[in-house]
Design a protein around this ligand. Sequence first.
Ligand code: FES
Ligand SMILES: [Fe+2]
Length: 374
Amino acid sequence: MPPAVRHSPPESTPAHVGALPAAWYFDDETLQVELRRLFDSGPSYAGHEALVRRAGDFAALTGEHEGQVLVRDAEGVARLVSNVCRHRQAELVSGRGRTKRLVCPMHNWAYDLAGKHVAAPHFDQLPCLDLATSPLQRWNGLVLAGPGDAAADLAPVAKWPELAAGADYDLVRVDDEVIDLNWKLFMEVFLEDYHVGVVHPGFRNFVDVRQLDAEPDTVRGERFFAENVGVNWPLVKAGSPTFARFQELLLDASRGHKPPYGAVWLAYFPNMLLEWYPYTFVASTYWPRTARETVVRAEVYMDRRIVDERQDLVEATLAVLDEVTQEDLNVCYALSRGREAVWRRGGQESPGPYHQPMEQGLEQFHRWIRNSLG
Ligand code: FES
Ligand SMILES: [Fe+2]
């Protein structure tokens, strides 16, 4: 016999006051306040050290850092410099590559990799218009711009040896997309485990979902929520053909050893999602263009040895990431449609309580937003 279900107290009890009003997912005035109070108040992800591994490497950025380029200068220092020429403001470089100088494609003004203006053809005197540079901070291989102190924010995560191991990563793919959804939806779906058993048939068999409901290994700070989820070991029958292939190759590459973790998730508020999977690191950022439109950038890195020796596992890993991402995206759209309907009919229906512990990350995100917006 199923256990008896206890009904919650009537609506408007404090159990669910933390969820955000439906209007906040569609309203551009709310977004303007979010940009000032949430986005401008802390660090923002610019890239991973591995994006510009060698002196001379550059990577033009998108999303939040559109118009800036991450470079590694001749001294080996990673820098974030403006990607806009000081002459007539043309874009200097696109994509990734290697160079000694940033040379404008229009009239060939040139800048060194620290942004210093070094050439202006046909001018008698060099106008000395350097490129603007932004100070950077580093945390565990990540390169971050903006105010605040990432090392202080994320200090509680330092106890997890999985992150401190500092794997030698190579970039394997960058996805850039503009998606017609509010930026918070991506963070919200990532921040709760409640949907994993329902929405992700492949992933739910790979990780230890009992841990999610019982004793999740979590750590949090004011601006982040992190979770460490074990592998369902020994590996059971995969829940999807994509995961079957991935699990088989993973076992082969690790010579049958249990991976140290199934997933380590770190949501760094407001808009950074950092994920570690066996041999893999994914950095995703969500940059709002409007309340209903978000630039999504996802960088996938994998252990360099795997990239060199096991292209089959690289492809299988990308396939499972794509599968899980698509499943999450479907849920994001469902949430957006539902909340838009609520908003259009007056927004009076309040959302339900948070499941503990499976929605604790979501609850913290909502609380942080409410507190920050005052
Ligand atoms: S616009 Fe760059 S050199 Fe003229
Ligand atoms: Fe998910």
